[in-house]
Write a protein that binds this ligand. Structure first.
Ligand code: SF4
Length: 341
């Protein structure tokens, strides 16, 4: 696991009281398979979870665990040889998987926004920031008068702590952190219900990482969106998210509140991740996770984690564990908890 945490005093973010509202996002049994020359790779295996408005979920896992595939599948941006094989992504009552192409185009940005990995490098270098933002708004609101569109774009820039003057600038005039904030501003132009940010702080220095996370936090509070943060840095996440989901080999293996995840992780893989984090108490003592993440083309039988698991039992190599919802609502996919649901 490429955990990049180096914050010595990780203080888990205390979950805000999320109103006892209905979930704004429900992902049900989402499945994605890549059909490659070397065989079939199930990149997303029956993934289900839900999020309420205003809730922030941190999605962690090794490279290839399915985090980015999940984001792309939710946006219906999986490209061949990948294929969404089943499942639902409900934003409110709208199943994104059931929309036609035009319906999905409209839903992107207005219902669900995606800030992809390396988004800041995808800004057009020969267009002013404002022109790129106007394009994004115009594709959804073609009849909105120009002054109103411009005002909307400048408001979005100001809400991510950028000067409205950035509207007239080019990408090369901005720092990495400013470019990432522009991408966040574009993501919130139409007040989406759900925002997915894939590694929003990668390639930024630690000070800027924190500023970008604070920007996402402020923006999320302002529009009360549900936010999914994908990343490796569990320490940074601990300070900003309400719940943490751990993925392994295309499956969601644990989903808990951030406090439970850091104080009492249940799944052996989550436990190993937490143990591998440096802290003030175990300064200089790093416990890695033995072995490597498996290839999706050749997954171990039974529980895919069993060759690396320090709690493996005989049945783990033959029987596939199913997700259990434990008392209190956390979910864990491991035979150790069979019967505790
Ligand atoms: Fe370990 Fe077995 Fe649980 Fe898999 S099912 S994580 S091998 S104890």
């Amino acid at each position: 696991m490429n955990v990049t945490l180096v914050h010595s005093a990780v203080q888990p973010h205390v979950p805000m009281s999320i109103a006892a509202a209905e979930p704004v996002l429900r992902v049900r049994n989402l499945e994605v398979t890549y059909y490659t020359d070397s065989g079939r790779a199930k990149a997303l295996d029956n993934v289900s979870f839900s999020l309420k408005a205003g809730e922030k979920l941190g999605m962690v896992g090794e490279s290839g665990s399915g985090k980015s595939t999940l984001a792309l599948a939710m946006m219906r941006m999986i490209k061949p040889p990948g294929r969404i094989e089943g499942g639902q992504v409900l934003v409110g009552d709208t199943d994104l998987m059931a929309l036609d192409q035009e319906g999905m185009r409209k839903a992107r940005l207005s219902r669900i926004a995606y800030i992809p990995q390396g988004a800041m490098n995808s800004l057009n270098p020969v267009m002013r920031i404002g022109a790129q933002m106007i394009d994004a708004v115009r594709s959804h609101l073609p009849d909105e008068p120009k002054p109103a569109v411009e005002a909307r774009c400048k408001r979005a820039l100001q809400s991510v702590d950028l000067d409205a003057g950035v509207f007239r600038m080019y990408a090369h005039e901005l720092s990495g952190g400013m470019k990432q904030r522009v991408c966040i501003a574009i993501g919130i132009l139409l007040d989406p219900d759900v925002i997915i940010a894939d590694e929003p702080t990668s390639a930024l220095d630690v000070v800027t990482q924190r500023q970008v996370m604070e920007t996402i936090d402020n923006v999320q509070k302002a529009i009360n969106a549900a936010v999914i943060l994908i990343g490796h840095d569990m320490g940074l996440m601990a300070q900003f998210v309400d719940r943490v989901a751990v993925m392994y080999a295309g499956r969601l293996v644990e989903m808990s509140s951030v406090r439970e995840m850091f104080t009492d992780p249940k799944h052996p893989y989550s436990r190993a991740l937490i143990r591998s984090l440096p802290s003030l108490d175990n300064k200089g003592v790093f416990q890695g996770i033995p072995g490597l993440a498996p290839s999706l083309l050749r997954l171990p039988t039974g529980c895919a984690f069993h060759p690396r698991c320090d709690s493996a039992m005989p049945e783990c190599s033959t029987a596939r564990p199913e997700a259990q919802i434990l008392p209190g609502g956390r979910s864990v996919t491991c035979h150790l908890f069979d019967g505790e649901a």
